[in-house]
Write a protein that binds this ligand. Structure first.
Ligand SMILES: C[S@@+](CC[C@H](N)C(=O)[O-])C[C@H]1O[C@@H](n2cnc3c(N)ncnc32)[C@H](O)[C@@H]1O
Length: 276
């Protein structure tokens, strides 16, 4: 099994060299657009929520070893990274805090986080109209999965029901909330989908505007990549900015935290806490 996993892993890496070639200007690039993102996610969130269940086996590299794991297990790692960051900024319970997820999708991140921090209020804005619809269904049909993910971080959280959450359609480039309304704002794999560097900066600047303490970003930051993974991001026109860009936007202190796992073998993730 281990040998099979290793061979599959090396095959993926070999495939990724075409992305490296593109990075070096030797093959064609795939250009991403916001319309492409909108259509892809509208289609994805229109699926039966039972099909969204993330038990599909996939290959990942964790601590430099190829392993076969479920998408869900990788997502537990995302939740852990956010929960640790939220605790570090707002205290272990985040009591009375108000948090905003930008690009909330169908809620797979915000719902478990709201079980982990039942004393805080979570809000989400999502680009597609379909995301908030799918989130309503996911909360009803996927409750045990949500609680299971929350419980993987903190056992007691598996007993909690996500509290009231406002889940609205909106664009991160023009956030429809007032200045300093939230203690923390965060993204989970959202900037990666947006093609234009100017748009990343508009979203980051909007997050700074509505936030009192810190904005957090789990994204494929340039700081986390090697040459091959950077080649992939470049080839597919994924977000790949250096985290220091946040200083230019006006954040005061930026902390980059490398995560010990690689998403889909195609790119590495980094966690950034940008203090206001
Ligand atoms: C990879 S999904 C991640 C969803 C969610 N954060 C999660 O972890 O499940 C990317 C999400 O970003 C959203 N998105 C893309 N462009 C956006 C924008 N300009 N404003 C807000 N959300 C956006 C997409 O519609 C999609 O839901």
């Amino acid at each position: 099994m281990a040998l099979k996993d290793d061979l599959k892993g090396y095959w993926q890496v070999a495939k990724n060299t075409q992305y490296l070639l593109s990075y070096l200007g030797l093959s064609n690039r795939f250009k991403r657009t916001q319309d492409f993102t909108y259509d892809t996610y509208t289609e994805f969130f229109s699926r039966d929520t039972k099909k969204l269940k993330r038990v599909k086996q996939r290959l990942a590299r964790i601590n430099n070893q190829f392993i076969t794991t479920t998408t869900l297990a990788l997502e537990n790692e995302f939740i852990k990274a956010h929960a640790q960051a939220i605790s570090s900024v707002l205290g272990t319970e985040a009591t009375g805090a108000k948090l905003l997820e930008v690009g909330g999708g169908y809620g797979r991140t915000i719902f478990p986080l709201s079980c982990i921090f039942p004393q805080a209020d979570f809000y989400a804005l999502e680009y597609t109209a379909q995301g908030p619809e799918a989130a309503k269904k996911y909360l009803e049909e996927g409750l045990s999965e949500i609680q299971g993910v929350a419980g993987s971080f903190k056992a007691e959280a598996a007993q909690n029901h996500p509290r009231f959450i406002e889940f609205r359609q909106g664009d991160g480039k023009a956030i429809h909330y007032g200045d300093k309304e939230f203690d923390v704002s965060y993204t989970n794999l959202v900037l990666e989908q947006i093609p234009e560097p100017a748009d990343h900066e508009r979203i980051m600047a909007e997050m700074l505007r509505v936030t009192r303490k810190a904005s957090c970003f789990l994204e494929p930051w340039h700081d986390a990549q090697d040459l091959i993974t950077l080649g992939f991001l470049n080839h597919n026109d994924y977000f790949r900015a250096k985290s220091e860009v946040l200083y230019r936007i006006g954040f005061k202190k930026v902390t980059f935290i490398p995560l010990g796992f690689q998403h889909n073998l195609r790119f590495k993730l980094g966690y950034v806490i940008a203090e206001v």
